[in-house]
Ligand binder design. Structure first.
Ligand code: NAD
Length: 322
């Protein structure tokens, strides 16, 4: 079995690939990744005998055609993934998330490479003020990022409904864990605090997110790839809801800092108040449940950043102006 995994030099895709390679009988894996600012080969083991790394763009139709001709299944993680960057400029988000996904889907259709697992996000449902979104709820994305993810999510499902391609979509909540690029809240705050710097908290910090360990997310994606049904959407949640303010309090305490280390910054434009997914379907159909306790998972994540300065310092430095 030859598995094509896109975007696996990033946070979640690399965890997925490392987990598969560490299993008893790993498939042959081809990773296609453009190595944008968010991708780094230090997340992968490029020398592993079951792994082939291809540096390229998911919009490169010729390259994608060639890789798809050799593939049996696809798991598609590649995306522009940071909401704030999509507010500064949406073009790359449309090009990669929408056009790139369509390029992959068209090639998968040509060679009937299936299942095609499309990794989407809970952000496509928009703000969920009460209760939890189920897979049948309407998509009401708020940011250019989530709008581009909703577009690709619907394009993927359209390839199932129109062409019968075995497409499966996952919509997960906020991931945390090691190897996350230090622009997202957990690694940004932790690395700032480890450096004795301040952390920026949006607005009044009341925005609520559901936290999912990256390992639980990858487990859910694997269950969907191996046991999911064609054309179905599966929500993958973590089960720990926290306001950004409460999360900040936990990170400050764990890093030995206090609220003097917090700078309150103007709220993000269009900031969704709350995300929450109902993952009953993944639980009942696939036996999914999050296996990582949040308190222990967060402590281990902070310890990882403490011990892996050599991983994150160069990434942070190359993002600094000049
Ligand atoms: P990431 O930003 O860490 O990694 C994205 C990877 O995609 C990088 O390695 C990058 O180089 C690659 N990439 C970007 N554009 C590309 C292109 N045009 N061609 C080839 N490769 C390209 O993202 P992540 O946090 O690992 O997220 C992975 C997926 O999970 C994304 O689809 C994202 O929307 C989704 N997701 C993430 C979260 C989260 O909490 N991080 C939550 C829900 C859904």
């Amino acid at each position: 079995m030859n598995l094509l995994v896109t975007g696996a030099a990033g946070f979640i895709g690399s965890h997925y690939v490392r987990t598969l390679l560490a299993s008893d009988a790993p498939p042959r894996i081809t990773v296609l990744d453009k190595l944008t600012y968010a991708g780094t080969l230090t997340n992968l083991e490029p020398a592993h005998p079951r792994l082939k790394f291809v540096h390229g763009d998911i919009r490169d139709a010729e390259l994608v055609d060639k890789l798809m001709a050799e593939a049996d299944q696809v798991v598609h993680f590649a995306a522009e993934s940071h909401v704030d960057r999509s507010i500064d400029g949406a073009a790359d988000f449309v090009l990669t998330n929408v056009l790139g996904t369509q390029t992959l889907l068209d090639a998968a259709l040509r060679y009937r490479v299936e299942p095609f697992v499309h990794v989407s996000t809970d952000e496509v449902y928009g703000s969920v003020e009460t209760g939890s979104a189920t897979e049948d709820d309407p998509l009401r994305p708020s940011s250019p990022y989530s709008a581009s993810k909703a577009s690709s999510d619907l394009l993927a499902l359209a390839h199932h409904r129109t062409h019968g391609l075995d497409v499966r979509v996952t919509r997960c909540s906020n991931n945390y864990g090691p190897h996350q690029f230090p622009e997202k809240v957990v690694p940004l705050f932790v690395t700032n605090l480890l450096d004795g710097a301040k952390v920026p908290l949006y607005g009044d910090g009341r925005n609520v997110r559901d936290w999912l360990h990256v390992d639980d997310h990858c487990h859910g994606v694997e269950l969907v790839r191996t046991q999911g049904r064609p054309g179905e959407v599966y929500n993958i949640g973590g089960g720990t809801e926290l306001s950004n303010r409460d999360l900040t309090g936990l990170l400050l305490e764990a890093c030995g800092a206090d609220w003097d280390s917090v700078t309150y910054v103007e709220d993000r434009k269009g900031h969704d108040l709350r995300y929450s997914v109902d993952w009953t379907k993944a639980r009942t159909e696939l036996g999914y449940h999050p296996r990582h306790d949040f308190t222990a998972g967060l402590a281990a994540t902070i310890a990882w950043y403490r011990e892996h300065r050599a991983w994150w310092e160069p990434l942070k430095r190359r993002e600094e102006p000049g």
